[in-house]
Design a protein around this ligand. Structure first.
Ligand code: CU
Length: 189
């Protein structure tokens, strides 16, 4: 496991060097992309009992939207969320946020044991299923942050779905060390 993590950290450092705007992605890859992090931390599987009320009543429901606080100079941040879908297959096709110059949809792909971050055009939400955007996996990437994200604040985002159309959501900003939405709920009690 140690060797694997070293490879992951190294590859992320290289990726961050090649793509300096995406250091938050690199942090994602280092912190949570593998089961190794889960096994080492032991708390990533805690229950979702703290999930808030859904923000929509139609077939696509967005919930547990969160991000991590950033340093003052950070230029990128990931936003994570769960999309549930009781209807036909849909896809998250874009996002916008007035706190950043650009929002992209990102995922992390492992090739030859190396985690690489790539921008994708859409994130599929299967019929009757869910898409979980989380550290180390798919996420919404804010690029060109216009100021730091501060723990405890809320961040307004618009998510655009291929079928369900635009959805306004609020991401809650958690502490730097948050690894999942439940961490934020726990820290704000
Ligand atoms: Cu990213």
């Amino acid at each position: 496991m140690t060797n694997y993590l070293h490879v992951l950290l190294l590859s992320c450092a290289l990726a961050a060097a090649a793509e300096p705007h995406c250091d938050a992605c690199a942090a994602d890859a280092a912190a949570g992309s593998s089961t190794a992090a889960v096994a080492a931390g032991g708390s990533a599987g805690s229950s979702s009992s703290a999930s808030p009320a859904p923000v929509s009543t139609s077939s696509v429901v967005v919930e547990a939207v969160w991000a991590r606080a950033t340093t003052a100079s950070a230029k990128a941040a990931g936003v994570y969320l769960t999309i549930r879908n009781d209807g036909p297959a849909d896809a998250l096709a874009g996002a916008s946020c007035d706190r950043a110059d650009l929002c992209q949809l990102h995922e992390i792909r492992e090739q030859d044991g190396v985690a690489r971050m790539v921008a994708v055009e859409r994130i599929l939400v299967p019929a009757g299923g869910a898409a979980v955007l989380k550290p180390g996996g798919q996420h919404v990437m804010l690029l060109g942050l216009r100021g730091p994200l501060v723990a405890g604040e809320h961040l307004a985002l618009t998510l655009v779905f291929t079928k369900a159309g635009p959805r306004q959501v609020q991401a809650v900003v958690g502490p730097v060390g948050a690894r999942e939405f439940a961490d934020i709920a726990a820290s704000s009690r």
